[in-house]
Write a new protein. Structure first.
Length: 42
């Protein structure tokens, strides 16, 4: 599903962080993470 795609990752400070989502996306296939951040959505 993510093969040869670029992915934008937005994580939440109180939930799943952007770094954790990035690690999962990169472990699944050949997707490239173009941007990853952890934000606080209040």
């Amino acid at each position: 599903m993510f093969d040869n795609k670029q992915v934008v990752v937005l994580g939440e400070r109180d939930g799943v962080s952007g770094g954790a989502i990035q690690a999962c996306v990169e472990a699944v296939g050949t997707a490239k993470v173009a941007f990853a951040a952890t934000e606080c959505f209040v």
